[in-house]
Write a protein of this length. Structure first.
Lengths: 116, 232
């Protein structure tokens, strides 16, 4: 399996929110990186996990599939999953794939954490 | 040229995705035209990630995908027919499917580049989700089909429990065996099935009103009426 061309860094947004900063490509090859980042973010006390797509450079359909599996994990754990930093192009892809019906998309980190 | 110099550069995948649409074109065919696309979250039954792989030694991934796109339907089992889009497997194009000679449905090409392509299903299709076909270098070149899907409605969910899920596995294994044979390999496909979510999404149970099997049966029953109307 080729190496993942992505870095995902987890940081604190607020006491109950964790932000995953994504830099690079989201493809099938980043499954482990994304899973590890989610596990790190989903600590006790976390209620919101925010994906920062500001550094996203490339995404294919396998990447969209990975996001759905993360969404299911978040729903199962009772976490709200939100996103910000999407370019117009990736917003359209979220709309086309109807992922925006399940993952809230916001204009800023603050709005994503607040959920409005 | 009046390009905005401050505009962000287009993503590398910009031309690989289908344009954003609300509904498929009205002339898309039976159980396809005018329908919305569905991802796994718009389906009903448990969510699965199904991965099928086959080794195709000595063939570059780009050539595997190029040949797969050009001959897509010919790798399918004989009981199902894929009418490829006239323009070929390109983002936004719609292909029609006839299964077991009776059920009509289709797909839209969601994504296509040199090393992968993906389909998204319309309302009524047996499952809601995405199928990604890809090729990549491991020790050998690997051809892969990955589905991220839920059965679309309660009827399809029942059908999957009663054997359609196994039929799905056999179909993609057949496809990969045919693909490998096309390149002179007799490798056997590997299968990995992961149930991502056991839950049924009852809020989507009403999807049954768009069920393609029911729609195809109604279309068949109404055939004489359509013939009379055409002759008038």
């Amino acid at each position: 399996m080729p190496e993942a061309q992505v870095a995902m860094t987890v940081r604190e947004g607020t006491d109950s929110a964790r932000v995953i900063d994504i830099e690079g490509d989201i493809t099938a090859f980043c499954e482990k990186v994304m899973s590890d980042a989610y596990t790190e973010a989903a600590q006790p006390g976390t209620s919101v996990i925010v994906l920062n797509f500001g550094g996203l450079q490339y995404m294919n359909s396998s990447g969209i599939g990975l996001l759905v599996t993360i969404l299911i994990r978040a729903q199962r754990a009772g976490h709200r999953l939100a996103a910000f930093g999407l370019s117009d192009h990736y917003r359209q892809i979220f709309s086309l794939t109807r992922l925006d019906e399940a993952i809230g998309i916001f204009d800023s980190e603050q709005a994503a954490i607040a959920g409005r | 040229m009046n390009e905005d110099p401050t505009a962000a550069p287009a993503s590398r995948d910009h031309d690989s995705w289908a344009p954003n649409i609300e509904r498929l074109s009205a002339d898309g065919g039976v159980n396809v035209g005018g329908r919305r696309l569905t991802g796994p979250q718009q389906g009903f039954g448990p969510m699965w990630q199904k991965t099928y792989k086959v080794s195709i030694p000595g063939v570059p991934p780009e050539r595997v995908i190029s040949e797969w796109k050009a001959n897509y339907g010919s790798f399918w089992p004989s009981h199902s027919r894929f009418n490829a889009p006239v323009a070929g497997i390109k983002p936004g194009e719609v292909g029609n499917i006839q299964s077991m000679q009776v059920m009509s449905t289709g797909i839209m090409v969601l994504f296509a580049d040199d090393t992968s392509f993906a389909f998204m299903t319309p309302e009524g299709h047996p499952f809601a989700g995405w199928i990604t076909f890809s090729a990549y270098e491991d020790e050998d070149t690997v051809g892969q089909v990955q589905l991220v899907i839920r059965p679309s409605d309660p009827l399809w969910d029942l059908a999957f429990m009663l054997g359609a899920a196994k039929g799905e596995d056999l179909m993609w294994q057949h496809t990969l065996r045919s693909l490998a044979a096309h390149f002179g390999s007799d490798a056997k496909p590997e299968t990995e099935l992961v149930k991502v979510d056991r839950k049924r999404l009852w809020k989507n149970a009403g999807n049954i009103t768009k069920n393609a099997a029911i729609g195809s049966a109604i279309h068949l029953v109404k055939a004489p009426v359509r013939a009379i109307r055409r002759s008038q």
